[in-house]
Design a binder for this molecule. Sequence first.
Ligand code: ATP
Ligand code: MG
Length: 263
Amino acid sequence: MTPAIRLHHLGVSLGTWEALIDVSLEFDEGFLALLGPNGAGKSTLVRTILGLVPATSGSVEVMGREPRAIPARDIGYIPQIKTLDRDFPALPVELVASGLRASWPWSVRTDERSKAMAALDRVGMASKAERPLGRLSGGEMQRVYLARALVRQPRLLILDEPATGMDALGEADMYRLLELYRRESGASVFMITHDWEVARHHASHVLLLNRRPVAFGPPKEVLTGDNLRRAYGHMGHSHSMELPLDDHGHHHDHDHGHDHHHD
Ligand SMILES: Nc1ncnc2c1ncn2[C@@H]1O[C@H](COP(=O)(O)OP(=O)(O)OP(=O)(O)O)[C@@H](O)[C@H]1O
Ligand SMILES: [Mg+2]
């Protein structure tokens, strides 16, 4: 079968900054969680997969094609930062329907409206479909964007930190919804998150990235204390309490073997 995402020695430079260095992986299908510290190149990787940023070296294949050759309807995307002029006179139903078009739908057709309403219903926003976007809360806006990404029923759904601003229940709802969508449609999900527990519980695959891949595979194998330390190593000791237990049930409060702070 054709892998959903295939990266072959991918390198991406932004100006003089090497944001991604020698990233190779094959993600066949499922739920891929991408984790790594701020500035690790996560959003850059997503933007490269979408064809918004060119590869500097190596190659990217998405569902067997190079990024710019993928039909737009095959991918649903929620960017990390959703800016919208609060006074922009639009309704959620229109924003969701815009996911069906290449340009803003100044008038929404009946068939588009019913698809948009169905998508809004799935994310629990049907009752607010006609409330001006400027009056939605941050988490509500996030749900509307999720509906927009789902409305075309994409084969690959790419989400850059989708839980930001959602309340805990909304977040749990979102993972249930993604799971349901995946089961019904066979689509794959690629999600950037900072939440190790979410990756542990919901992902089939995890990529731990810090410009270079630190580890890739099933969550249980990837999310070890040692790998997280390798990916987030610069954070220092104050954060060691947050690292998960190692395989022996101990917190890794001390480095073993390669401690450079001996007195
Ligand atoms: N145009 C650019 N020129 C130079 N460096 C850039 C440019 N755009 C982004 N960068 C740098 O590339 C690095 C990767 O950025 P990216 O947005 O991919 O990180 P991220 O892993 O998504 O981080 P976060 O967790 O904060 O969202 C950052 O250090 C950023 O400052
Ligand atoms: Mg980012």
